[in-house]
Ligand binder design. Structure first.
Ligand code: NAD
Length: 474
C-alpha cells in the first residue's frame, strides 16, 4: 500500500468535497490551485564560508487579503508541503471566519544546527528577500510562527520590515506571533494548544457526538496520547491535564516516548526536554528509546493528539489505531487513505483545519491590535470594574437590609474585575472555536453527503471561499 504525499492528501480531501457539492468545475479549479509559490535561494556568509539556503512563500488564495500563514523551519520543507499548508490555511481561515486568504512559508534548515546569532542572520536575510517582493506586508501577506519558529524569529522579521519601511505606521502588523513586549498579544504563544482544548470541550458538549465516538462523560479522566511536545502539543497537553483532569499517558517525541499510565507531569517533562533537548533520561515513568516511537500512536487511549508532523497516521498504521477520538493538532497528520480507514472503523477525527485554528484566530486579534495601536480592553477595563463593583455593592446592601448574609469579598473581587487583554483573547478564541464547531457539525448532522467532520469542514469553507469569489464577480 502506498502512502500519499501531504499535497496529494489535501487535494484528495478537497476534490471529494467539491464533487459532492457539485461546484462549477472552473471555479473548483480556481479554488484548488495555489495562486503562486515563490522560491528563493540566498547566500549567507557564516563560519567563514557562504551557505546557500532555500526558502518558499506560497500564496494559495487571495479571495481575502492579507493572506496569512506561518513560516516553518525544517529540513523537510519543500514546495509540495508549503503549498499543501497554504491550502489548509485558506480553508482554516474561511471555516473560522478569520478574514484572511491562505499562505505559508518555509525554509529548508535544521534550526538546531545554528547558533542564535546565526539564525538571526539567516532569518533577517530570508525576511529581506520576502519583504522586498511584498511577500511580507501588513496589508498583503502576514506570516506567523510554525514548526521550528517562534516569537523570537517573528520579532526579527518585524524589525527587518520596520528597517525597510521606516515610515509605515502599521509596520508591526506585518507579522504575528511577536513577543508581547514587541507588539505581540497576550495568549498568542499558547493559542493553538488552547484552541485544541476549546475544540475538545466543545466536542464534549454534544452528547450525540461523544457517544458516536464510543465515549461518554467529559474530559475528566480521559486517557490521552500526544505526539510532539513542542509549542502546540505542550500547551494542549498542559491545559488538558491541569485544567480538565485528562491523563496524558504517553508523549511521543523525536528521540523516544515517555509512558506513564498514571499521567505524565507535562510541565516537568517539558522542562526536561528544554534543558536536555529530548526525552532521554527523564526520571519518571517509562522512557523508551526512539526505535519505532510512532508505534505508540497505536496504543490504547481515549484521545490521540498528533501535534508534530504530517502523514504520521497513514495506510500502514491506520488499521491499528485504538484511540476513539483523534484531534489533529498538527497540520495534515492523517493521509486521505488513512482517513477513510479510520472513518470506516468508527474513529472520530476532529480535523486539522478546525482543530489547530487557534493560532491563526489569535494572530487575527494581534493583527487588529497592531492596526488599532492599542491593546484590547484599555478603554473599558476600569469602567467595567467600577460598574460591576457598584452592582455587587448594591445587591449586598439590599441583601443585608433584608437580614440576609452579604456577598463575600472573594466573590466581589472576582465579579468586579474588568477583563484583561488575556481574558478577551481567550473569550474571543473560545467563541470562535465553538461557532466553527457548530457550523461544521450542522452540516455533518444534516447532510448525508458529508459523513464526517472533515468533509463537513471542507464543505463549509469551500462554500465560503466560493461565495467570496462570486461576490467579486468571478
Ligand atoms: P514545534 O517545532 O514547536 O514542535 C514540534 C514538536 O514535535 C517538537 O517537540 C519536535 O521534537 C516534535 N517532533 C517532530 N517530529 C517528530 C516526530 N516524527 N515524532 C515525534 N515528535 C516529533 O512545532 P509546533 O509549532 O508545535 O507545530 C506542530 C504542528 O502544529 C505542525 O504541524 C504545525 O504546522 C502545526 N501548527 C502549529 C501552529 C503554531 O501556532 N505553532 C499553528 C497551527 C498548526
Amino acid at each position: 500500500m502506498t502512502n500519499q504525499s501531504f499535497r496529494d492528501s489535501t487535494q484528495a480531501m478537497f476534490q471529494s468535497t467539491v464533487d459532492k457539492l457539485g461546484l462549477d468545475p472552473g471555479l473548483a479549479e480556481k479554488i484548488r490551485v495555489a495562486n503562486s509559490t515563490y522560491t528563493v535561494r540566498f547566500g549567507v556568509k557564516l563560519r567563514g564560508q557562504i551557505h546557500t539556503f532555500t526558502g518558499y512563500r506560497s500564496v494559495h488564495s487571495e479571495h481575502r487579503e492579507p493572506v496569512k500563514g506561518g513560516i516553518r523551519y525544517a529540513l523537510s520543507v519543500n514546495q509540495d508541503e508549503v503549498e499543501a499548508l497554504a491550502t489548509l490555511m485558506t480553508f482554516k481561515c474561511a471555516l473560522t471566519d478569520v478574514p484572511f486568504g491562505g499562505a505559508k512559508g518555509g525554509l529548508c534548515i535544521d534550526p538546531t544546527q545554528w547558533s542564535v546569532d546565526e539564525l538571526e542572520h539567516i532569518t533577517r536575510r530570508f525576511a529581506y528577500e520576502l519583504i522586498k517582493r511584498d511577500l511580507i506586508h501588513p496589508s498583503q501577506n502576514v506570516p506567523a510562527p510554525d514548526m521550528g519558529t517562534g516569537e523570537r524569529e517573528m520579532a526579527w522579521i518585524a524589525d527587518q520590515y520596520a528597517r525597510m519601511h521606516t515610515t509605515d505606521i502599521n509596520a508591526a502588523a506585518c507579522v504575528t506571533g511577536k513577543p508581547v513586549g514587541q507588539n505581540g498579544i497576550q495568549g498568542r504563544t499558547e493559542a493553538t494548544g488552547r484552541g485544541v482544548q476549546y475544540a475538545l470541550r466543545e466536542f464534549f458538549r454534544h452528547p450525540e457526538d461523544v457517544s458516536g465516538a464510543g465515549l461518554s462523560g467529559n474530559l475528566e479522566g480521559k486517557t490521552v496520547i500526544v505526539q510532539g511536545l513542542g509549542n502546540v502539543g505542550y500547551h494542549a497537553a498542559k491545559f488538558l491535564s491541569e485544567e480538565d483532569g485528562s491523563k496524558i499517558i504517553a508523549v511521543i517525541e523525536r528521540d523516544g516516548t515517555v509512558v506513564d499510565r498514571h499521567g505524565i507531569n507535562i510541565e516537568a517533562l517539558h522542562r526536561h526536554i528544554r534543558n536536555t533537548g529530548g526525552v532521554a533520561g527523564y526520571p519518571s515513568g517509562l522512557v523508551l528509546s526512539a526505535k519505532g516511537p510512532a508505534r505508540f500512536l497505536e496504543e490504547e487511549c481515549h484521545i490521540l493528539i498528533p501535534a508534530a508532523v504530517e502523514g504520521v497516521i497513514n495506510e500502514t498504521n491506520a488499521a491499528n489505531i485504538k484511540a476513539k477520538l483523534v484531534i489533529e493538532a498538527a497540520n495534515g497528520p492523517t493521509t486521505a487513505g488513512a482517513n477513510e480507514i479510520l472513518k470506516n472503523r468508527g474513529v472520530t477525527i476532529i480535523p486539522d483545519l478546525y482543530a489547530n485554528a487557534g493560532g491563526v484566530i489569535v494572530s487575527y486579534f494581534e493583527w487588529v491590535k497592531n492596526l488599532s495601536h492599542m491593546r484590547f480592553g484599555r478603554m473599558q477595563r476600569r469602567l467595567e470594574e467600577t460598574r460591576n463593583g457598584m452592582l455587587v455593592d448594591e445587591i449586598g446592601r439590599v441583601l443585608s437590609s433584608n437580614g440576609l448574609s452579604g456577598i463575600s469579598a472573594e466573590f466581589r473581587k472576582d465579579f468586579a474585575r474588568g477583563a484583561s487583554e488575556l481574558d478577551l483573547v481567550r473569550s474571543g478564541l473560545d467563541d470562535t472555536m465553538r461557532e466553527a464547531y457548530q457550523g461544521m457539525r450542522a452540516i455533518w448532522r444534516a447532510d448525508d453527503r458529508f459523513d464526517d467532520l472533515r468533509s463537513a469542514a471542507y464543505a463549509l469553507s469551500i462554500q465560503k471561499v466560493a461565495a467570496a469569489y462570486a461576490a467579486k464577480g468571478l
